[in-house]
Write a protein that binds this ligand. Structure first.
Ligand SMILES: *Cc1c(COP(=O)(O)O)cnc(C)c1O
Length: 373
């Protein structure tokens, strides 16, 4: 058995990094692909439904896959600082990988609406946290401008190395299933991750994407036959923050799924190419449905993801019920982040079901008996 040391070491020959570039890694990748056992039966689905739990990456989201490659390349190019705009998870990842590299991370976060756990991560890793009086889209605009005049490397998903790292999730799925799934469902914010997965599936299938512009000329490993099929890519947005459904930017996006509270997606054109090439689609989920799915997944399958992550499963369940996702097919839903980042959303209704009893054996036994199935 060999020790797993992160996705750069594991997929080095499929990543556009110089051989001498020192990998800045926290052992990211290699996340579990969990087959759901109860939910499919509950909705009469006879196919296979998997969740890829990206919340088990080192900082608790898929952003680590992109960050390890982006920071490795930035340091290789001599960067002493990185910068990003973030709804939370990118800042957590940037902060941690900057520490690992011994450089400075600047993170621009929106006013309010950032999960406490994510903010705590940026703080504990010593990032320079700048809160702007605006939303993510305002922060992104500022970062693009500052990146042109200041010697800092931008590590948002407009950095092509981010998508290169994130594509490895698709490699893992193909290797584990022995083929690509029929459908791959993701929550969509900037649409970098859905694009990265399509790059990954395409490379795994040995197919050149129509626009190799997808990966900004980075995907020179498309000659690698593995599986011949590719999934339909399905992207779900929160209803109050759904530019792909509205056909253009949304001015003041609002959703409890703060990680996808993005009105002006940076990978807009790329994501439409993905939708067309894969013959997939976009759809939207209400905040209520997203939260209900988060709780359903936790209570029926034992997997606790953050609200934004639940959008993928929320949409998939709806599309399975309607028949849009074909009966009998294999479906993978990406759970982008860990539920522990945002416990407030669960606890805001109070400690439901808490039983308080005297510290006596009989009282505890009575409480147990009342709940034995
Ligand atoms: C970043 C993020 C997303 C959105 O990914 P994009 O690549 O911006 O579409 C979704 N969920 C979580 C938890 C995230 O951190």
């Amino acid at each position: 058995m060999s020790r797993y040391t992160g996705l750069i070491e594991h997929y080095r020959n499929r990543l556009p990094l110089a051989p001498e570039a020192r990998a800045i890694s926290l052992g990211e990748g290699g996340t579990p692909l969990i087959k759901l056992e109860r939910l499919p039966g509950q909705i009469g689905f006879e196919g296979e439904l998997y969740v890829k739990f990206e919340g088990l990456n080192p900082t608790g989201s898929f952003k680590d896959r992109g960050m390890t490659v982006a920071v490795t390349q930035a340091v290789h190019e001599g960067a002493k600082a990185i910068i990003c705009a973030s709804t939370g998870n990118t800042s957590a990842a940037a902060a941690a990988y900057a520490v690992r590299a011994g450089i400075t991370a600047f993170v621009l976060i929106p006013e309010g609406k950032i999960a406490l756990g994510k903010l705590a991560q940026a703080v504990v890793h010593g990032a320079v946290v700048i809160q702007i009086q605006g939303n993510f889209d305002d922060g992104m605009q500022l970062v693009k401008e500052i990146g042109q005049t200041t010697p800092v490397a931008i590590v948002n998903s407009i950095n092509p190395y981010r998508l290169q790292g994130q594509k490895t999730a698709a490699f893992e799925i193909v290797e584990e299933l022995g083929r690509a799934p029929d459908y791959h469902c993701l929550p969509v914010g900037n649409a970098g991750n859905i694009t990265a997965h399509w790059i990954g599936y395409s490379e795994a299938a040995g197919i050149k994407t129509q626009s190799c512009a997808l990966c900004d000329g980075q995907c020179r490993f498309c000659d690698r036959p593995f599986a011949r099929n590719r999934p339909k890519m399905v992207g779900y947005q929160a209803a109050g923050s759904a530019p792909f459904m509205r056909g253009g930017p949304v001015k003041n996006p609002e959703t409890i799924a703060t990680a996808i509270r993005i009105g002006d997606p940076q990978s807009w054109d790329r994501a439409w190419v993905v939708q067309k090439e894969s013959q997939g689609w976009f759809d939207e989920c209400s905040d209520e449905a997203i939260l209900a799915t988060q709780k359903l997944l936790a209570a029926t399958e034992g997997v606790f993801c953050e609200p934004a992550s639940a959008a993928s499963l929320c949409g998939a369940l709806a599309d399975i019920k309607s028949g849009k996702i074909a009966q009998g097919s294999t479906v993978v839903c990406t759970l982008t982040g860990n539920g522990l980042k945002d416990p407030d959303i669960i606890m805001k209704d109070g400690l439901k079901g808490l039983i308080q009893v005297p510290a006596e054996r009989s009282a505890v036994e009575k409480a147990l008996l009342a709940h034995l199935k």
